[in-house]
Design a protein around this ligand. Structure first.
Ligand code: B12
Length: 233
């Protein structure tokens, strides 16, 4: 830092300036600053959800645009992702703490060949907050791992994430295996990830494509209720 450059004291910034600063800090991969700012916003009464969506997710969107445009490269994006995860680590227990009644069980994973996990983790956090038990199989999950987890955890919902156009077809491999085993209809299959869309979800035989974590929660609740009603009749 040069002498004439003032050190920024995060706690002295207004909410708007702090959120703008968080986006800069996320862009620069400054993990500690993201942690500090996340805690400051919490102290100021922000909800974990608002902090997630208005600063962290929005910040990552900007990183994504510049990655796409060749302004940022993998090492920088990795640092940004780590900073984002640090913020998410603080928010996760708070989101899960809502005391919502238990709604069901979800098994989730990023499909084989794909190591992107921020979106999947975010969906998992929000689902936990809404009252689901979430078993996360992590990244690079193959069809056998999905099948084993389904047998073990007996979920209501199977969630799959893919961020690459080259890995999204693998979701169909998993759904086809469920069909082969004759158990497809035992599960609600939700899929998500930036390159997907509704048509793709339909084409591979998923129950729903969800654009973001909030929609994932809404859709999960709706489909679970519908399923319970069907069973009751
Ligand atoms: C961060 C990032 C990385 C990080 C990942 C770190 C991590 N731990 O996840 C690193 C640097 C490792 C990385 C690596 C690569 N990446 Co990358 N990466 C991104 C970036 C910038 C952001 C993704 C992200 O986290 N977004 C924030 C989260 C919150 O959003 P989200 O993932 O979309 O999730 C939301 C929804 O989609 C949905 N959702 C997601 N999953 C699920 C699951 C379910 C069940 C449901 C219901 C909903 C849901 O809800 C989420 C929350 O709201 C994207 C750009 C973009 N526009 O997506 C590129 C991007 C995905 N990467 C890309 C590429 C090319 C790569 C690499 C191949 C680069 C390389 N040359 O090595 C490698 C791939 C490695 C591999 N085999 O997977 C491309 C993909 C292009 C394509 N068409 O396939 C993108 C689009 C960038 C670009 N425009 O070029 N990447």
């Amino acid at each position: 830092m040069s002498d004439d450059e003032e050190e920024i004291i995060l706690s002295e910034l207004s909410d708007d300036d702090l959120v703008a600063q968080m986006m800069d800090d996320l862009y620069d991969g400054l993990k500690e600053e993201i942690e500090e700012a996340t805690n400051i916003l919490l102290e100021r009464g922000w909800t974990p959800y608002d902090i997630l969506t208005k600063s962290l997710v929005e910040g990552m969107r900007i990183v994504g645009d510049d990655f796409r445009d060749g302004i940022l490269f993998v090492p920088e994006v990795l640092l940004a992702a780590n900073a984002m995860k640090a913020g998410m680590t603080i928010l996760r227990p708070l989101l899960a703490e809502t005391g919502a009644p238990k709604l069901g069980i979800m098994v989730t994973g990023t499909v084989k060949g794909d190591i992107h996990d921020i979106g999947k983790n975010l969906v998992g956090m929000m689902m936990e907050g809404a009252g689901f038990d979430v078993y996360d199989l992590g990244i690079n999950t193959d069809v056998d791992e999905f099948m084993e987890a389904i047998e073990k955890y007996k979920p209501d919902i199977l969630g799959m994430s893919a961020l690459l156009t080259t890995t999204m077809p693998y979701m169909k491999v998993v759904i086809d295996e469920l069909k082969t085993r004759g158990i497809r209809d035992n599960y609600i299959v939700l899929v998500g990830g930036a390159p997907l869309n509704e048509e793709f979800g339909e084409a591979i035989g998923a129950d729903a494509y969800c654009k973001d974590a909030a929609i994932a929660v809404e859709t999960a609740k709706e489909l679970i209720t519908r399923r319970h009603n069907q069973i009751a009749h």
